[in-house]
Write a protein that binds this ligand. Structure first.
Ligand code: FAD
Ligand code: 2HG
Ligand code: ZN
Length: 510
């Protein structure tokens, strides 16, 4: 069911309003004033405060990195960013904001892709967790790590590596995103297929509630069936229920051996048989199965992500699959991978054209960079409309093709409008990243894409957000994936925690 022309026009109007991002502050909330700033100065170190108000009077450009989201689509105009150093400081800030009805935007590494980490009105205060970056405890026997929410994911990876453990979550933004942000978005990423979601690996949280109360749920127990598991509410709440200040997480032992291979496929139709065969032959050692269509691969290469495969390996390839294995013995895993390649190449109807296996750690990293770097490449190529959806594996290519066709019909395909429509993602998790790469964000393109893409997802009974969250981008579309009853329950939960609506206003809930 696609929108009628009238509905589309209505949508275009709505879209242009959202696109301009001049959302007025909620009438129930107050903007930060110089008096408020004086209070913040009384509880925080001067270096923890950035403000365009007196007496700081910083130029607005200094606050741009905090006001603008990673893809440059959403831009707020907050005057004040606070960078507390302790949970107590976070508590005092939030308590005060609740009393004064000032909106609070929790912010981690600001790598979110749905506009959840930046202000939408002009009045909120941004509370950035970057100064809270201490590891509190690591137990190398149990693998349980307790860390401040502001720890950057890569730094946690580096911290536990010498003790032979890895983080259960990994993503292209690891050099900037924070563990608190990962938990707040319930980030999926490249290891979900093997280690499951953060709903399973996070053991405990410390959270500052919207009235300033510190809720200590920082358990390090693997088993604890004492009533409602409250921490789950904050995982994926995108900062709408409180500010996560500490995380306890179960980290897996580092695999003894990791290998990866990039396979070039003659057509998309080969992806599913490949997945089936790889699962059967590699079984417990397969740790990732990632898909990149040809245009996504070409963009990654064009913008210097990883090292390009040889021309003869790429020739005739419609798409690529990256398979990673993580096991106990290198020779054993290599043997299994080689057997898989043999099966694939010698099948009556070959499933792959070629396969390139990494031989050194540098090649291993470079092959991953080709996949992880697609997001970066896309952002260098243009402005991206990002749809992060769960749909049946068999429909991955259709979704991309149908969307491209839609844009063509609307006359929006071309160098001065939409340059590319690409698909890539986590086949192992049924999660496709549909990226529409345009010359600029325009109301016309947005109106052509929405609700078109959401209707398409609904047709497949999929999810409009598999792993990036709802943020500000998809609040209006939540009903495509949640029933009215579910949305009503979510609103009631929000009301219980945040009756004044100060916490990340305008995000997640319609
Ligand atoms: P931010 O962007 O700062 O915030 C994200 C949301 O969480 C906001 O709503 C914010 O208010 C809230 N928040 C942040 N910190 C806290 C806190 N301490 N307490 C409460 N709320 C908080 N996502 C995936 O799922 N899988 C991927 O593979 C993946 N790859 C990515 C690759 C790139 C190159 C980029 C740029 C992004 C990618 N993402 C991916 C998006 C992903 O959501 C984030 O990168 C990450 O999880 C967000 O962490 P952050 O610290 O940057 O949070
Ligand atoms: C990935 O899997 C990330 O690379 C980002 O989730 C996807 O940029 C995107 O659309
Ligand atoms: Zn992803």
């Amino acid at each position: 069911m696609f929108p009628t022309r009238q509905a589309a026009r209505r949508l275009a109007l709505q879209s242009s309003r959202r696109w301009s991002h001049s959302v007025a502050p909620s009438p129930r909330l107050n903007p930060v004033t110089e008096k408020d700033l004086a209070y913040f100065s009384s509880i925080l170190q001067p270096s923890s405060i950035l403000s365009t108000l007196s007496p700081s009077k910083l130029p607005a450009s200094e606050l741009d990195p905090y006001n603008t989201d990673w893809i440059g689509r959403y831009k707020g105009t907050s005057t004040t960013v606070l960078r507390p150093r302790t949970t107590q400081e976070v508590s005092e800030i939030v308590k005060y904001c609740n009393e004064k009805r000032i909106g609070v935007v929790p912010q981690g590494g600001n790598t979110g892709l749905v506009g959840g980490s930046v202000p939408t009105g002009s009045g909120e205060v941004v509370v950035n967790l970057g100064n809270m970056s201490n590891v509190r405890h690591f137990d190398a026997v149990s693998g349980i790590l307790v860390a401040d929410a502001g720890c950057v994911l890569q730094s946690l990876t580096d911290y536990i590596a010498p003790q032979n453990h890895i983080m259960p979550v990994d993503l292209g933004a690891k050099g900037s995103c924070q563990i608190g942000g990962n938990v707040a978005t319930n980030a999926g990423g490249l290891r979900l297929m093997r280690y499951g979601s953060l709903h399973g690996t996070v053991l405990g949280l410390e959270v500052v509630l919207p009235d300033g109360t510190i809720l200590d749920l920082l358990s390090t127990l693997r088993k604890d069936n004492t009533g409602y598991d409250l921490k789950q509410l904050f995982i994926g709440a995108e900062g709408t229920l409180g500010i996560i200040t500490g995380v306890s997480i179960l980290t897996p032992p580092a695999p003894q051996a990791s290998n990866n291979v990039i396979l070039a496929l003659p057509s998309f139709e080969c992806v599913l048989p490949l997945f089936k065969t790889a699962k059967r032959q590699l079984s417990e050692i397969m740790s990732a199965f990632e898909y990149i269509d040809r245009t996504a691969y070409d963009l990654a290469v064009k913008h210097g992500q990883g090292r390009a495969l040889n021309d003869e390996d790429v020739e005739g390839a419609a798409c690529f699959v990256l398979i990673e294995t993580s096991g106990g013995k290198r020779e054993h895993d290599e043997e299994k991978l080689n057997e898989l390649l043999e099966t694939l190449m010698t099948a009556d109807k070959p499933i792959i054209n070629t396969g390139v296996m990494s031989q050194t750690p540098a090649q291993f990293a470079s092959m991953w960079a080709l996949r992880e770097g697609v997001t970066e490449a896309v952002s260098k190529e243009g402005k991206a409309y990002k749809y992060d959806i769960s749909v049946p594996l068999s429909s991955f290519k259709d979704v991309v093709d149908v969307t491209r066709e839609r844009l063509r019909e609307k006359g929006l395909l071309g160098p001065k409008a939409v340059k590319h429509v690409i698909g890539y993602g986590h086949v192992g998790d049924g999660n496709l990243h549909l990226n529409v790469v345009a010359d600029a964000y325009t109301p016309e393109i947005e109106a052509a894409l929405e609700p078109f893409v959401y209707e398409l997802v609904a047709k497949y009974k999929g999810s409009i957000s598999a792993e990036h969250g709802v943020g500000v981008m998809k609040t209006h579309a939540l009903h495509y994936s949640k029933s009215n009853t579910a949305i009503e329950m979510m609103k009631r939960i929000k009301q219980v925690f945040d009756p004044n609506g100060i916490m990340n206003p305008g995000k997640v809930l319609p």
